[in-house]
Design a protein around this ligand. Structure first.
Ligand code: 7TS
Length: 408
C-alpha cells in the first residue's frame, strides 16, 4: 500500500500520459473526474495485450486463445467482486451504472404490483430516476422522493414508507452536490419496512473502500470508466438469493444452460444476466484498473481525496461572489465541488477555464430536477482524483479570479 505524498503523486502521474498534454498551449489540468477518469498505462496495456495476443470469444471456444480469454475475463469478474466484498456469483458485468439500473428496474418490475411504490431521492442522477419513473408510468407504480435540506443533505425525517414501498433507491455520493449519503442508515430503514435497498455507487466506489456486506445493500451499480477503467463496462452487484429469483433482462446466447423449441433453462449466476458476447477487452481493462487501485489502497485514496477536497473548499470559498453547492464539511462530501460565479453563466466560466487548460464540466450534470429545485439552470463542477494536486487547485482558484476579471 502506498501512502499518498507529493512525491508519490508525481510518480503516479507518470502512469497517465494524457496528464502531460498541453491544451491551448497550457499544461492540462484535468478536473472532470466525475464525468470520467483518465487511464493509466497499465490499463491501456492490458487492453492492447488482449487484442494483440489472445483476442477471442469467451465461454465457447475449445481452443487455446478462447481458453486464455475466458480465464482473464473470469479473473476480472473475481477482482471486481472482491473489490466490493461480493461473491463471484453476485457480480454481473453490464455496460455501466445506467445499464445496471435499467436491468434492475425492468427485472424487478415483474415482482411489483400496480399501486406499489418506489422511493428515491431529490438528488438522483437521471440514471437513477428516469428508469424508475418510466417503469412507474408503464406499470402503474408510484414514484416518491426523499427531500433535500438547505445544506444539501437528505432529510431523513422525510422518509415516508408504506407497506406498498417495495424499492428504495439512493445515490451514495451525489455527482452534483457532492453529498455522501448515510446509506447504512437508509438501508436499515428500508429493510425494516421489507423494501429492497438499491445503491447508485457511480461516484462512491471509485473514491472509498466499499463493502456491500457491511453496507447491507441489496444491489449496487457502478461504472469502470469512473475508476481508471475503460468505458462501456460496469457492474451490478446483487445479493445471490435475490438475483436467483429475478428474471433475466436480456435473453440470448451464453445466458442459457439448455434451449428447447418450447422453453429455456437459464445459466447459473452471474452468466444468467450476461447474454451475448461480452465486452471482453473492457472487462480485462476493468480488472487492470482494480489492480491499480488496490496497489494504492482505497483507504489512502479516500484520505487523500478528503484532504484535496478540503483544500479546494477552502481555496474556492476565499473567492468573492462564488457560490458553492452542497455540504461544506469535506468529510461529508465526495471529491467534487459544484459552484457558480454570481452573474456569470456556468458555460462561460467553463469555457474560459478551458482557455487556461483547465477541464471542468459546466451544465446540468444530469440532475435537472435537483437544479430546478434549487432555482439553478446549471453549475460549473471541479472533480478530483488521486492524481490531482494542491497546485492544480491553486491554479483553478487563480484562474477563476481571472474569469471574474473578464466580466468586470
Ligand atoms: N449515477 C451517478 C451518481 C453518476 O454520477 C453517473 C454519471 C451515473 C449514475 C451514470 O453513469 P454511466 O457510467 O452509466 O454514465 N455521471 C456523470 C457526470 O456527473 N458527468 O458525466 C457523467
Amino acid at each position: 500500500m502506498i501512502n499518498i505524498t507529493k512525491n508519490k503523486i508525481e510518480r503516479l502521474r507518470e502512469d497517465f500520459p494524457i496528464l502531460s498534454r498541453k491544451i491551448n498551449n497550457k499544461q492540462l489540468v484535468y478536473l472532470d473526474n466525475s464525468a470520467t477518469t483518465q487511464k493509466p498505462m497499465q490499463v491501456i496495456d492490458a487492453i492492447t495485450d488482449y487484442y494483440t495476443n489472445y483476442n477471442s470469444n469467451v465461454h465457447r471456444g475449445l481452443h487455446k486463445l478462447s481458453e486464455e480469454a475466458t480465464v482473464k475475463f473470469e479473473e476480472s469478474h473475481e477482482k471486481v467482486a472482491d473489490f466490493i466484498n461480493a461473491d463471484f456469483q453476485e457480480l454481473i458485468f453490464t455496460k455501466g451504472t445506467t445499464e445496471s439500473i435499467n436491468l434492475l428496474a425492468y427485472s424487478l418490475s415483474s415482482k411489483l404490483k400496480k399501486g406499489d411504490e418506489i422511493l428515491i431521492t431529490q438528488m438522483e442522477h437521471h440514471s437513477n430516476l428516469v428508469p424508475w419513473q418510466q417503469i412507474a408510468k408503464s406499470f402503474g407504480f408510484k414514484l416518491n422522493y426523499i427531500k433535500i435540506k438547505n445544506d444539501g443533505t437528505l432529510d431523513l425525517d422525510d422518509i415516508k414508507l408504506s407497506k406498498k414501498t417495495k424499492i428504495v433507491s439512493c445515490v451514495h455520493t451525489s455527482n452534483f452536490l457532492g453529498t455522501i449519503n448515510p446509506v447504512k442508515e437508509i438501508g436499515k430503514i428500508a429493510h425494516e419496512n421489507n423494501s429492497l435497498f438499491v445503491l447508485d455507487g457511480a461516484q462512491s466506489v471509485p473514491h472509498m473502500p466499499i463493502d456491500v456486506k457491511n453496507i447491507d445493500c441489496d444491489f449496487l451499480a457502478f461504472s469502470s470508466h469512473k475508476m481508471l477503467g475503460p468505458m462501456g463496462i460496469g457492474a451490478l452487484y446483487g445479493k445471490k438469493e435475490l438475483l436467483e429469483e429475478m428474471e433475466p433482462f436480456n435473453y440470448g446466447g451464453d445466458m442459457i444452460l439448455e434451449v428447447r423449441f418450447d422453453d429455456t433453462k437459464f445459466n447459473e449466476l452471474p452468466w444468467k444476466f450476461e447474454a451475448g458476447t461480452p465486452n471482453v477487452a473492457g472487462a480485462i481493462g476493468f480488472g487492470a484498473s482494480i489492480d491499480y487501485l488496490n496497489k494504492i489502497g482505497m483507504e489512502n485514496i479516500k484520505n487523500y481525496s478528503n484532504e484535496l477536497t478540503g483544500y479546494a473548499l477552502k481555496r474556492l470559498s476565499e473567492i468573492k461572489n462564488l457560490e458553492i453547492y452542497g455540504p461544506l464539511n469535506p468529510e461529508k462530501r465526495g471529491s467534487l465541488i459544484s459552484f457558480n460565479l454570481i452573474n456569470i453563466h456556468p458555460h462561460d466560466t467553463t469555457s474560459l477555464l478551458d482557455d487556461y487548460g483547465i477541464a471542468v464540466r459546466g451544465g446540468h450534470h444530469c440532475v435537472m430536477p435537483t437544479m430546478k429545485l434549487m432555482g439553478l439552470t446549471g453549475s460549473t463542477r471541479a472533480s478530483f482524483y488521486f492524481y490531482n494536486t494542491k497546485e492544480e487547485i491553486d491554479y483553478l482558484a487563480e484562474t477563476l479570479e481571472k474569469v471574474k476579471g473578464v466580466f468586470k
